[in-house]
Design a protein around this ligand. Sequence first.
Ligand SMILES: [Zn+2]
Ligand SMILES: [Zn+2]
Length: 238
Amino acid sequence: MATRLRERIRDIIFNDDFACFNCGEEIIDNGHNHLCDKCFKQIDFIESGCVRCGEKVSKFDKYCEKCRNSPNFYFDANISVAKLDGISKTLIYRLKFGGKKYIAKCLACFMRDRAESVISDKIDYVCYVPVTNDRWQERGYNQSEEIAKEFSRLTNIKLYQNLFIKIKETVDQTRLNREERARNLKDAFFIQDNADVKNKNFIIIDDVITTGATLNALAKILKKKGANVVYGLTFCHR
Ligand SMILES: [Zn+2]
Ligand SMILES: [Zn+2]
């Protein structure tokens, strides 16, 4: 027992300050948000993103091709840190399916840096994309909530816990046609009764944005209830 406790304490200390969250290499305060220099360099950062959906664009473009043609989102903008490949993908995968909750802290640090450089509005609440009860039971946590908690702690923006409820499982929107997409998301999400939304500014956290449909569904609920500004903030953009 004592050994296990010692190991646990060592893990906490080790993970937190001295080891790369991706490869375990020793690091000494390199300013790379818990990643070693080698892993940090392998992240495909989105330095300039589409001002609507956050997709990586060249620094000469304001919008990605999709948003230039049909900018139909309820959220004011989504901001993403990196493309979903290589180490970013591994980090997300381990957080989501590997039980490595501590990775939320690493992702939240990058998301704070990005949000601080892009968002100038005063944000009232940070909330997150919910999961169904079944999914929660299966994983024991919601990865987006874990990121939101860390983000809230880092930024002092108030966390709005359980603002949204998800009552039905949805599938990846990517392969669905327009009709199927609407059916997929219909009646999947609800908001707390009497939620404090009117004239408030929100950041909705998720791990990955794919089509933007989920964020859009939540932003729509907020906007219909009178929210002022709604941002999506996601670690990865597919
Ligand atoms: Zn590393
Ligand atoms: Zn776009």
